[in-house]
Design a protein around this ligand. Structure first.
Ligand code: FAD
Length: 472
């Protein structure tokens, strides 16, 4: 049986989607071209350093804890520093009033995706800065200018220290403490599972707000520098080995009182629940991994021969490639659509443009709807990409089970997507809360409603979470 390669060649829709969403957000052609140039820069750094293949070596070696210091695998820092220091990639996303190029929410999607296409741990290391910066703009003080600039030039690398041994999904039950002593807060506690922990030097820290020995809510701080912070261990994980996942002990770490983000006692509700970009970054990690898996699988299917012909000739293989390709288009829709809604929300616009730019809905509906988009994109993307990877690896036969193949690495890497930044169960719960907002919107069209039928990966999602048929 012959096959027509044209049917299987993947057309990347990033340009097309940027062409739709970016102008609606007010970006002009020059600005869109600027973002394309940044994407090209990322690609050329990645290709120059052969990250396409080196990511496997990084995965085997992993990040290590040696004499209390977190050491990334050889060559990892060369790429990281070329991106964030030589090319100042983070400056792209810093508002103009803070010395950046002024791109926000939506435009992070294409750039972070192309980075993650080559290496998810690199994406996590380079762009955690964006999560740390989000509340710094929101609760801006002039004291933050120098901190923001250190992110812009890649001197600051970001992390978020929220989770504790007994406080995962329920972050409000943390034990870490913060207490105001004179003009400084004193921070204490042990955090687990901290991405970039011990290596990154500028992060967010969630703690109880202790006032005269009493627990009065939660605080979130910006902590710069590693003084008083000990890396107790790095976790041995099933995937993303190059990304350090640390247990960190904060022992009487002091920060100026201005480093408290927002009001005392309100940290969880005003900062943590609003780290929406962090959840969206997971949707982009999913689409990037799916694209990479497809590209690898297509080459393998064309070159691997069995029964005297390339395996792409077998209908079973063609079926898998076709469905993965369809699924990738939908992952792109969710990633771009979610970031589009997020940027509208940050600009004070209603997250959906379905109701016209002058729509006047109350704040609760803005809030409800943005959670619908963000948690919808997070649960959808992180779940379907795992089912998709099963088929992508199957195309490789035994090689899909061998850890030196990219597809094997990807199957292991994407497993974390439905866990970190809020598990799927927690996203489902947030979505069900946001349903109240949707019910108030006449004829609301959910992102999913435009598809005529479900892919098998979506069917898997709906079988596991039946409520989602109504929620996404
Ligand atoms: C590699 C990695 C990197 C991470 N990076 C970071 C980081 O940078 N910073 C950080 O702070 N944390 C990080 N985490 C922590 C991560 O966010 C948590 O692991 C995650 O939120 C789940 O918490 P948990 O592991 O304690 O699971 P638990 O909260 O104990 O959940 C166990 C199970 O119960 C389910 N469950 C819990 N509550 C409910 C509920 N109300 N309804 C239904 N089901 C529920 C969960 O969905 C899950 O299936 C990371 C974790 C890993 C593994």
């Amino acid at each position: 049986m012959n096959y027509d390669l044209e049917n299987f060649e993947r057309k990347d829709r990033t340009d097309e989607l940027m062409g739709i969403y970016a102008p609606k957000l007010g970006y002009n052609k020059d600005q869109i071209d600027f973002i394309k140039d940044v994407m090209d820069t990322v690609k050329s750094v990645m290709e120059k350093h052969n990250v396409r293949n080196k990511a496997i070596e990084w995965d085997h070696i992993g990040s290590r804890l040696i004499d209390g210091k977190v050491i990334p695998p050889p060559g990892f820092e060369d790429v990281l520093f070329e991106l964030i220091r030589d090319n100042e990639i983070i400056r792209t996303f810093i508002p103009e009033k803070h010395g950046g190029f002024g791109f926000s929410g939506y435009m992070t999607a294409p750039i972070t995706e192309v980075t993650n296409y080559y290496s998810q741990p690199m994406g996590m290391m380079a762009y955690f800065a964006l999560t740390v910066l989000e509340p710094l703009y929101k609760f801006y003080r002039p004291e933050y200018d120098e901190i923001i600039e250190r992110f812009a030039v890649g001197k600051n690398i970001g992390y978020g220290a929220f989770t504790e041994a007994h406080a995962g999904s329920n972050l409000k039950s943390i034990n870490s403490t913060s207490e105001l002593v004179g003009d400084e807060y004193v921070l204490n506690g042990t955090k687990i599972f901290i991405t970039n922990g011990g290596y990154a030097n500028a992060g967010l820290f969630l703690a109880k707000n202790m006032v005269n020995g009493k627990d009065e809510g939660t605080n979130v701080f910006l902590v710069e520098g590693l003084e008083g912070i000990t890396t107790l261990r790095l976790e041995e994980k099933s995937g993303i080995h190059a990304s350090p996942t640390a247990q960190l002990h904060f022992n009487n770490v002091t920060v100026p009182k201005e480093n408290l983000l927002g009001e005392a006692g309100n940290g969880y509700h005003k900062v943590i629940e609003r780290l929406l970009g962090m959840r969206m970054s997971v949707a982009v990690q999913a689409s990037a991994a799916a694209k990479r898996a497809y590209d690898e699988a297509l080459v393998y299917a064309q070159t691997r021969e069995q029964f005297n012909r390339p395996i792409i000739n077998f209908p079973d293989i063609q079926k898998k490639l076709t469905i993965i390709k369809t699924q990738i288009e939908r992952l792109e829709d969710f990633a771009h659509g979610g970031y589009y809604a997020l940027e509208r929300f940050h600009k004070g616009l209603f997250p959906s443009d379905q109701y016209g730019s002058d729509s006047q809905f109350p704040d609760e509906l803005h809030e409800g709807l943005i959670h619908h988009y963000i948690s919808g994109a997070k649960i959808y993307s992180s779940e379907v990409v795992n089912f998709l990877m099963y088929d992508a690896a199957q195309i490789f036969g035994g090689m899909g089970f061998i850890s030196e193949t990219i597809v094997n690495k990807l199957t292991r890497d994407v497993r974390i997507l439905s866990i970190y930044d809020g598990t799927s169960e927690i996203q489902k719960w947030i979505l069900s809360r946001s349903k109240k907002a949707i019910d108030h919107l006449p004829n609301f069209q959910s992102p999913y409603s435009k598809y005529q039928d479900s892919t098998i990966y979506e069917e898997m999602l709906f079988l596991r979470f039946p409520e989602l048929r109504e929620l996404i």
